[in-house]
Design a protein around this ligand. Structure first.
Ligand SMILES: Cc1cc2nc3c(=O)[nH]c(=O)nc-3n(C[C@H](O)[C@H](O)[C@H](O)COP(=O)(O)OP(=O)(O)OC[C@H]3O[C@@H](n4cnc5c(N)ncnc54)[C@H](O)[C@@H]3O)c2cc1C
Ligand code: FES
Length: 343
């Protein structure tokens, strides 16, 4: 029987990637990887081991309705003590990783290989993991903690590159907004150089691309575009480009905008991508709307509610978008958001 890659995502966003043989239940496969999923009966009767399978194919051994109702099974809730996977899968658990895993998340040494200013306030940073032969496994949309060289500080950044496929090297790409006075911002604007050591811890996050089965709407504020680029890369890699994607992308001033070239190459690679931009304080030659990106949300974009929505950027943008989407009847289960909270 085949081995499949299974990603376990916990409530606090910490994730673990295990290999699972079809003959093992997920509970047993996790144990073989030193991860102890919460269980009690281990025979499909108590529901302690319940999770939600957000991607992939599986079947279940016997269980009773009291542990998993028909409605729950239809929503792809699973009893992991009875679950066997038949493809790569992603399973979410409603509790923190520390309950299942001993030890801290893995930190890997990395080195800065590229630093490039891509707009008035955004830097593209590429970090190469020292052990290139073992790429970091993550889901498109997730993030890591980067150590800030010369300090004890760590900051969170979303991957802009897609998860590694095949023999891809361990290069990780980030888009980072420069603040006037910030620990990572100061490092990047005044002393960053090729070859600097940067420790990378993770991956983390429950904001990741679900299998594209309905139209997709994305709202990105500033460097909130980064995880969307990772998602586009993943769709291209896996050939999941059938669904239309409507991207609303906003910045504060026209010169902050970046990523034009990357978005064009995503379109050229087959993503059915419609892009609308908004600038809060535009210059005279504005090509796009003036105002906040959330003002671009309109009923016709959300196709009567039949879409998956991804929101990423500053907290006020996310809150405004969520409120509009709720008022316009989108099922909250179809809304996925990442707030770029300050540390
Ligand atoms: C899950 C997650 C993913 C993230 N991904 C990205 C990413 O891909 N790209 C990216 O650019 N950022 C991202 N962030 C934000 C990032 O982690 C840092 O908060 C940001 O880069 C500021 O770091 P700093 O060290 O330069 O400033 P700090 O030293 O942390 O902050 C300096 C001062 O600026 C304030 N501040 C912090 N952030 C902001 C802000 N956005 N706007 C205004 N004031 C602020 C702080 O409150 C503080 O007063 C992410 C945050 C989270 C939680
Ligand atoms: S542990 Fe009881 S149903 Fe799985």
């Amino acid at each position: 029987m085949g081995e499949h890659k299974v990603t376990l995502v916990f409530e606090d966003g910490r994730t673990a990637r295990i290999e699972a043989d079809e003959s093992d239940t997920i509970y047993i496969a996790a144990l073989k990887n030193r991860i102890r999923i919460e269980t009690d009966c281990r025979e499909g009767a108590c529901a302690t081991c319940k999770g939600l399978c957000t991607d992939g194919d599986y079947y279940m051994d016997d269980y009773i309705d009291e542990a998993l109702s028909e409605e729950e099974a239809a929503r792809r809730e699973v009893l992991t003590c009875q679950m066997h996977v038949t493809s790569d899968c992603v399973i979410e658990f409603p509790y923190e990783a520390a309950l299942a895993m001993k030890g801290a998340p893995e930190t890997r040494p990395g080195k800065v290989t590229e630093i490039e200013r891509v707009s008035s306030n955004v830097v593209r940073l590429v970090v190469m993991l020292e052990d290139e032969s073992t790429p970091m496994s993550f889901l498109a949309g997730q993030y890591v903690h980067l150590g800030v060289p010369g300090t004890d500080a760590q900051r969170s950044y979303s991957f802009a590159n897609p998860p590694p496929a095949g023999a891809q090297a361990g290069a990780l790409e980030f888009f980072i907004k420069l603040l006037d006075d910030g620990v990572m911002s100061d490092y990047l604007s005044s002393r960053a150089k090729i070859g600097d050591d940067i420790p990378v811890t993770g991956p983390f996050g429950r904001f990741y691309l679900r299998p594209p089965t309905r139209p997709i709407v994305m709202v990105a504020g500033g460097t909130g575009l980064a995880p969307m680029l990772s998602m586009f890369g993943s769709m291209i890699q896996t050939g999941a480009t059938d669904q239309p994607v409507h991207l609303l992308y906003g910045v504060n001033t026209s010169d902050e905008m970046f990523g034009d070239d990357l978005l064009s190459s995503c379109q050229a690679a087959g993503i059915k991508l419609t892009i609308e931009t908004a600038v809060v304080t535009p210059d005279k030659d504005l090509d796009g709307a003036a105002g906040h990106v959330t003002s671009l949300l309109r009923p016709e974009i959300i196709k009567g509610g039949d879409c998956d929505v991804y929101l990423c950027g500053p907290p006020p943008m996310i809150e405004a978008a969520e409120s509009w989407l709720r008022d316009n009847g989108i099922d909250p289960a179809h809304i996925h958001a990442e707030k770029f909270l300050a540390s």
